[in-house]
Design a protein around this ligand. Sequence first.
Ligand SMILES: Nc1ncnc2c1ncn2[C@@H]1O[C@H](COP(=O)(O)OP(=O)(O)O)[C@@H](O)[C@H]1O
Ligand SMILES: [Mg+2]
Length: 377
Amino acid sequence: MIKRYLHQVNKTNDSLNSELLKSIYYQWAHDQRIQLDNDQLVVISKLQATLDKLILQLKYNKKSIFFKIKSRRPENPNLYIYGDVGRGKSMLMNLFFEACPIQQKTRFHYSKFMSEIHSYIHNCSKQNKTEIMAAYAQKLHTETQLLCIDEFYVTDIADAMMLERLFKKLFELNVTLVITSNRHPNDLYRGGIQKAQFLKFTELLQKKVEIISLDSLKDYRLSYLKSSQPVYNFPLGKSSDQFIKDAYAQLTKNAPIKAFKIKLLGRILTLNSAYQDIALTSFYELCEHPLGSNDYNNIAQQFNFIIIANIPKMSYEYRNEAKRFMTLIDALYEHHVKLICSAEVPAEELYTEGDGSFEFKRTISRLIEMQTQHYLN
Ligand SMILES: Nc1ncnc2c1ncn2[C@@H]1O[C@H](COP(=O)(O)OP(=O)(O)O)[C@@H](O)[C@H]1O
Ligand SMILES: [Mg+2]
C-alpha cells in the first residue's frame, strides 16, 4: 500500500518532500482506511522531522572530506514514541519505515531483536561484554543506518546493561534509532533489583533520544473486536472454537496462524500463534506445563492481547494447574493485558473445591473485572 503510494509520489516529484508522511496519512484517511486522529498527526510530524534529519545526515556522509572539515555534522535524530496500546504506534512506525527512502534500514520486534543479540553473544569468541556489544553495534552499523524497534520493554537488569553498552556504541556510530513502547523510559523497569544500573540506561536514552507520547484517547484495536462481543466465551465446543479463531482474525486483521516460540528463563515455550503484540494460546500450553510467576510476567510483558482457548472446569486433581492459572491471571491483570478466552463454565465455577479454592476467588474477581469495558479501555 505504501509502496504503491510512494511510487505515485515519486512519479510526480523528483525529490521526496517534507510533507511525505503527512500526505500518506491523509491519503489513508481519505480512503477511509483509518480515522483522522490529531494526536497521531503530532507523532507524524516528529517522524517526518526524524526522516528529514536522517536524509541530511546521509547527504553529509557522501560529501568530500574538505566539506566535512568546514561544516558540522548534522545532529543524529533518534525518537522514542510511547503510549497506551492500540493507539497506532506500530502503524505509524511502519508507515515511517516503509516510506524512508534508504536501503540500509532494519526493523525488529523487540523480542526478535533481543534474541538476535543473545545468539550473537552466544556465538561470539570475545569474553568482555563491552567488547561484544561494540562488535555487535559495528555489525549493525555496516548493515543499517536506521534501526526501528517496535514494542520495546526491558524485563531484567542483564538485558538493560547489555542494551546500554550497545546503544552507547550505536549513538557514537550515528545509527538512527526509532523505538515504540507502551512505557516511558522511566517506567520501563518497575521495582526491580539493581535500579541504579538501570538508571544508567534510562539516562542514556533521555540524553540521546527525543521522547514523545502518543496520547490518542482511543484503543483502535478494540474497535475491531465486534463491540457487542463478550470476551469470555463458554461452554466449550464448536462455537467457542470459532469464537477464538474469529477473535484472533479480527485483532490481527487475518494474520495466518503459525506456531510462535518464546524464550523464557531456561526453556522455550511454543504458543499456537502470535502476531505483533497479540498471542493465541491455550490453557494446555500455559497451565499444563511447569511455568512459574517469572514466566507469566515475561509473557504478560511481551503481549498486550492474549487469547486463551479451552480453560476447563478444574477439580481437586487440577490443583497445580489451578494455582498456575491464578498466577497467570495475576500477571496478566497487573500488566493490564487484555484477555479473550473460551472456558467450559463461567468464571465463578472454574475452581470451587480443592487446595487454594479460597484464594482462587481473587482470580474469579479479576476475570470478571477483565471482561468489563472499564478494564478493556
Ligand atoms: N487512526 C486510526 N484509524 C483506524 N485504525 C487505526 C488507527 N490507528 C491505528 N489503527 C489500527 O489500530 C490497530 C492498533 O494499532 P497499533 O499500531 O498496533 O497500536 P499500538 O502499536 O499503539 O499498540 C491496528 O490494527 C491499526 O491499524
Ligand atoms: Mg504496537
